[in-house]
Design a protein. Structure first.
Length: 415
């Protein structure tokens, strides 16, 4: 009799702890608070020592000035006295009491002059030290906070979808290094997530397009048979239209997923050329609906992806043609550079659009007065793709209702 198999062993526990190891003496960690305390405390101590030294020198000079003799005896026999700082005692016929009073008054004046000179020079020294302290403090604060500038520059580069950038901050193990390391870890996870998303979009593109393309081919082959019954041909046309609608939906969803990210590789693209190509593609549909396309398209070169920008113009012009009036309708397509930004404007005649429903038009699968798409005018992703592509290029799109019906769509992109 065979022995019973041994139960499976539990997997070993991971020995790696994702948490940061705690230092043996956390209070010895050179944190920003301790460094700033030492820096500004040392600056205050140095400034105090310099100020005391200057005041000491000035006080010594003031005392020396205050102790200068008030008078000198020119002739001892005739007791002639001369004084530049106390002219009142220069006369020889001066009573003793008046002489003493004049000497006391001159001493008070000389002491007050020395104190005034000490005060004025001390104020000048304090002002000079304040200027030096502010300049030195500004330089030291910039040096201490320079890692924050590095983190900010990296964050701005990451905002342009350059997820490969890392801060890799060197220096003491303080709060700024901890912040930079945490930011690098977050970027690593984001990059893996976006890579997985791009891989999923590519796989979904292949897996969804292939069966739809096969269905379309089979339906077209069956419809090309002249001996097929009428009911079968009608069913084939219905299925072909449904398949085409599914293909449009898949293309729109994939394009919407791809355009949610910033554009990394940019090339010069003229919006006037892009708009003209979109008008040429919609020209046949506009003629069949009796809609005239007009407008002046001036050169407006931007940096971006030409295919996605062409999709913006094509979606806007198609919507303007399809959602129009039955007779005497028109669509105006214009491009220009305004206030340093390239502007694509598409306006049209059409049904009256309430102002409170304009924002809903940019939501996926949303239409005027309906939640889901239910007509043959599209799959309800056109304006969502327009907004997504505009944001990916650093721009924005604004819709405004026209008087009498229709919309004015303005796409603004940085030059």
């Amino acid at each position: 009799m065979a022995a019973a198999p041994a139960p499976p062993q539990a997997p070993p526990k991971p020995t790696w702890d994702p948490r940061r190891p705690q230092p043996p003496f956390p209070w010895l960690r050179p944190t920003i608070r301790i460094r700033l305390t030492l820096l500004y405390g040392g600056m205050f101590l140095i400034a105090g020592i310099l100020l005391l030294s200057i005041i000491y020198l000035l006080a010594a000079q003031a005392i020396n000035t205050g102790n200068q003799p008030l008078f000198k005896i020119v002739s001892f026999q005739e007791l002639k006295i001369s004084s530049d700082s106390c002219p009142a005692i220069n006369t020889t016929k001066l009573p003793l009491s008046d002489f003493k009073d004049a000497i006391a008054h001159c001493m008070d004046q000389q002491r007050q002059a020395a104190l005034d000179d000490l005060l004025s020079r001390s104020l000048l020294a304090l002002l000079g030290l304040a200027v030096i302290a502010f300049a030195f403090g500004y330089a030291m604060a910039g040096r201490v906070l320079s890692p924050l500038g590095r983190i900010t520059r990296t964050a701005r580069q990451v905002a342009g979808s350059d997820l490969s950038r890392r801060i890799e901050l060197d220096g003491p193990d303080d709060e700024l290094k901890e912040l930079a390391d945490t930011f690098d870890d977050m970027l690593e996870r984001l990059q893996r997530a976006f890579t997985a998303q791009q891989r999923f979009v590519g796989n979904a593109s292949h897996e969804l397009r292939t069966p739809l393309a096969i269905n379309r081919t089979l339906l077209e082959v069956h419809l090309s048979d002249p001996n097929a019954p009428v009911e079968l041909q009608q069913l084939g046309k219905t299925l072909l239209a449904t398949n085409e609608r599914s293909e449009q939906l898949v293309e729109g969803l994939l394009l919407l997923a791809r355009s949610d990210n910033q554009i990394v590789e940019r090339k010069p693209v003229d919006l006037a050329e892009v708009a003209t190509q979109a008008v040429d593609q919609v020209h046949g549909e506009a003629e069949s609906k009796g809609v005239k396309i007009r407008g002046e398209r001036k050169p407006a070169v931007v940096q971006g992806n030409g295919v996605l920008l062409e999709r913006i113009a094509l979606n806007l012009v198609q919507n303007a043609v399809r959602y129009n009036v039955a007779e005497d309708g028109w669509v105006e397509v214009g491009t220009e550079v305004e206030h340093g930004q390239a502007v694509l404007t598409v306006s049209n005649t059409g049904p009256v659009v309430p102002a409170y429903e304009v924002d809903n038009l940019f939501e996926p699968f949303r239409r005027l007065r309906t939640e889901r798409t239910g007509s043959d005018k599209g799959v309800g992703l056109g304006l969502s793709i327009v907004r997504s592509v505009a944001r990916a290029h650093g721009g924005h799109v604004v819709a405004q209702p026209r008087e009498g019906g229709g919309l004015v769509m303005r796409v603004t992109l940085p030059v």
